[in-house]
Design a protein around this ligand. Structure first.
Ligand code: ADP
Ligand code: MG
Length: 167
C-alpha cells in the first residue's frame, strides 16, 4: 500500500496525521508495537505531522522537536477518559502509550537500544513514532509504516505513506 499527499500548509499536514491516528485506532493489536518510521528533509514536516497524529490519539500535550530528549512518552487516553473528556468523536483504543522518538542525534543504532527501544517496540500496547528512522534502519523490522516527507516549495510538502509488511 502506498499513498501520496501534497500539502500546502502546516495545518494540512497536521490534519493528515490526525486522520491517520484515527484510522490506527481501528486496527487490531499485533504481537509487537505499531511503529511509524518518519524520514525526510529537515523541516519537512515530521514533527508537524506528529502534532496532528497525537491530537488524533486524544493526547493533549504539545509535541515538540526534541532537542536533548530523544524519547518522550505520552499516555493515550483510555476509553473512559476519552468518553468523558471529549466529544465522542475520539474513538477508543487498545493502545496505552505513544512514544515520540527522534534519532537525529543518534550516531549508531546501538545507542537507541541502550535507551530501551527494544522493550518499547516489543509491547503491543505502544504506538511508536520514530523521526529519522533511516538512521536506525538496521535494527527496525520491516514491519514499519513508512512516512516520507519532502520539500516541494516554501510551504508545500510531499508526504508518502507506505506500508511495508507485504510478505
Ligand atoms: P521536521 O520534524 O521534519 O524537521 P518540522 O515539522 O519540525 O519538520 O518543521 C516543518 C516546518 O515547515 C515548520 O516550521 C512548519 O511551519 C513549516 N511548514 C510549512 N509548510 C508546511 C507544510 N505544508 N507541512 C508541514 N510543515 C510546513
Ligand atoms: Mg522533527
Amino acid at each position: 500500500m502506498k499513498i501520496k499527499y501534497l500539502t500546502e500548509k502546516p495545518t494540512q499536514t497536521k490534519k493528515i496525521g490526525e486522520i491517520l491516528a484515527k484510522e490506527i485506532f481501528k486496527t487490531r493489536i499485533e504481537k509487537r508495537a505499531l511503529i511509524l518510521g518518519l524520514e525526510g528533509d529537515l523541516g519537512g514536516g515530521k514533527t508537524t505531522f506528529l502534532q496532528g497524529f497525537a491530537k488524533g490519539l486524544g493526547i493533549k500535550e504539545k509535541i515538540t522537536s526534541p532537542t536533548f530528549v530523544i524519547i518522550k512518552r505520552f499516555q493515550v487516553p483510555s476509553r473512559n477518559e476519552a468518553e468523558t473528556n471529549q466529544r465522542s468523536s475520539t474513538p477508543c483504543s487498545m493502545f496505552h502509550d505513544f512514544y515520540h522518538i527522534d534519532c537525529y542525534r543518534i550516531r549508531k543504532p546501538k545507542e537507541i537500544f541502550n535507551l530501551g527501544l527494544k522493550e518499547i517496540i516489543s509491547n503491543p500496547r505502544n504506538i511508536v513514532a520514530i523521526e529519522w528512522a533511516d538512521r536506525i534502519k538496521k535494527i527496525l523490522s520491516k514491519n514499519v509504516l513508512s512516512l516520507k516527507f519532502g520539500f516541494v516549495g516554501k510551504t508545500s510538502r510531499k508526504i508518502t505513506i507506505q506500508s511495508k509488511n507485504v510478505q
